[in-house]
Design a protein around this ligand. Structure first.
Ligand code: FE
Length: 182
């Protein structure tokens, strides 16, 4: 099935569920995150990655409250690997790396840790906590790490109840534009 049809179906059918313990739904979170990427002048691939960074939460059946039960669902790997089937690494890699980007930002930017939501702090512990200095240096040298860091900043800002954002249809153009040819 066409991946964009599958993505819309997943987000529309399951995106109404609560996002971890946050006060927005998965779909609201995805749309707010993509809108922030668009407003920052990100390219089509990174806007697509922002929209789809948490798709992995909707691809497994561990339930939306996995982190609340102390389970790391590894949604970044699940989502990134799924996306890599149809999109380039400029979409898949920032998705795969966005959890490591949180571990990076909390290591190098104390102000960033202070603004994490309680749920983000809880999942950070499950994901291994802030990076050590050497792990942070190793991470940021990786390809696509800088894009993942940008994404992770929008991610944390995209949790505002009732904040208006364009609907899913608005962002389909970016998915089409960043789809792998062939
Ligand atoms: Fe997120």
């Amino acid at each position: 099935m066409d991946p964009i049809v599958q993505i819309r179906d997943r987000l529309e059918r399951f995106g109404g569920t609560e996002y971890g313990g946050e006060r927005v739904t998965q779909l609201e979170h995805a749309l707010q995150c993509a809108a922030l990427a668009e407003a920052s002048g990100a390219d089509a691939a990174l806007i697509s990655a922002a929209l789809l960074h948490d798709l992995g939460h909707l691809l497994h059946d561990l339930g939306p409250e996995a982190a609340g039960r102390g389970v790391d669902d590894r949604h970044e790997v699940l989502g990134g690997d799924w996306l890599a089937r149809w999109f380039g690494e400029d979409v898949a890699a920032p998705v795969r790396l966005h959890v490591d980007a949180k571990r990076y930002l909390t290591a190098v930017d104390p102000g960033y840790f202070a603004m994490l939501s309680p749920e983000s702090v809880r999942s950070l512990a499950l994901q291994g906590g802030p990076f050590s200095d050497s792990a942070a240096a190793e991470f940021i040298a990786r390809r696509h790490a800088a894009a993942a860091v940008r994404l992770r900043r929008w991610d944390e800002a995209a949790k505002i109840p009732g904040r208006p954002a364009p609907g899913l249809a608005h962002f389909v153009r970016y998915l089409e534009a960043s789809r792998r040819a062939g």
